[in-house]
Ligand binder design. Structure first.
Ligand SMILES: NC(=O)c1ccc[n+]([C@@H]2O[C@H](COP(=O)([O-])OP(=O)(O)OC[C@H]3O[C@@H](n4cnc5c(N)ncnc54)[C@H](OP(=O)(O)O)[C@@H]3O)[C@@H](O)[C@H]2O)c1
Length: 284
């Protein structure tokens, strides 16, 4: 995600609209939502043939920094790997730095914290622009685990993300969160609490993408094709965690992923579609 400032020599609405359209075509529609035009009449520069007649110049680019929560987990570590592959600086909130250091790439900045401790989040998030959460209560006999981690923890993240101006919040949730009488709720109502957290995020006013995967698999080279569907339409199926990570990271770059809940699984014998197509096909 890049934020570009554009300049034009003329300061009228139609000129700005044309500049914007040209820039979107030239730079790529995938980031068009991020383009902000600011008026500096008479200060236009030229930048290549495409822009010369419009007197447009790319004069600034803001940096993206990702805050990843649940980074030591099976999905979270793959999200980190995807971000690092794209050259995005990553800060990871971890409960145990030594374990995290052994698991995560060396360029990842580590911050000690816990989603149940709001104060530990405030300091950690500070200089980040986007947040990706793949936390989940570890299996335990503590009946408050999912309530504390999947609900209260996510709620804390949402509150602090709002305070610190996070631009996009990506949350890994689960298929079937709307089904109260689902066997997975026998694990201390985990689906129920995830759904409450989803609702809180959706009501927060933050830009969000909620990703609901089917059963998670560790086979990264699974050749099956990604299927994406609207909320509460898929009730079974599985997906490799690597694909979940790709969807989460891609959501940051796709305008059509904003403020959507997407359900994802992998299937054989279906035609592969671009991420742009998949996110655009989700109408809420
Ligand atoms: N398993 C499935 O088939 C399935 C299906 C659909 C959706 N999901 C959901 O997908 C998400 C990712 O699943 P996964 O299996 O990849 O996760 P995972 O490997 O169990 O990792 C969970 C992560 O959450 C972190 N965490 C737990 N409690 C925390 C706390 N209090 N503060 C900060 N971090 C905390 C863990 O940190 P530590 O390393 O410090 O414990 C770990 O990094 C979860 O929300 C899960 O419920 C799972």
């Amino acid at each position: 995600m890049r934020i570009l400032q554009l300049q034009t020599g003329r300061d009228d609405v139609s000129s700005w609209e044309r500049v914007r359209e040209r820039a979107v075509r030239a730079i790529g529609s995938e980031i068009c939502q991020s383009i902000k035009a600011t008026a500096h009449p008479g200060e236009g520069f030229s930048l290549g043939a495409e822009f010369r007649t419009m007197m447009v110049s790319v004069i600034g680019e803001s940096a993206v920094k990702a805050f990843v929560v649940g980074a030591t987990g099976e999905t979270g570590s793959r999200i980190v790997a995807q971000l690092v592959k794209r050259g995005v600086p990553v800060k990871a909130l971890v409960r145990d730095v030594a374990t995290a250091r052994a698991k995560l790439p060396t360029e990842v900045e580590l911050m000690t914290g816990d989603v149940t401790d709001k104060a530990s989040l405030r300091a950690a998030i500070a200089d980040c622009t986007v947040l990706l959460s793949a936390t989940g209560a570890r299996p335990s006999f503590d009946p408050t685990g999912p309530y504390q981690v999947d609900y209260e923890g996510t709620k804390n993240l949402v509150d602090v993300a709002k305070e610190t101006g996070i631009e996009h919040f990506v949350m890994v949730s689960s298929l079937c969160v709307s089904r109260f009488f689902h066997p997975l709720n026998l694990f201390w109502l985990i689906l129920y609490w995830k759904k409450q957290a989803e609702d809180y995020l959706q009501a927060s006013g933050l830009t969000y993408t909620i990703v609901r995967p089917g059963g998670l698999k560790n086979e990264d080279d699974d050749p099956r094709v990604l299927i994406m569907a609207p909320a509460d339409t898929l009730f079974e199926g599985s997906i490799p965690r690597m694909k979940v990570a790709e969807v989460c990271v891609e959501a940051l770059y796709q305008p059509a992923a904003r403020n959507k809940v997407v359900e994802i699984i992998a299937q054989d014998n279906v035609t592969e579609r671009s991420f742009g197509d998949l996110f655009s096909s989700i109408i809420e």
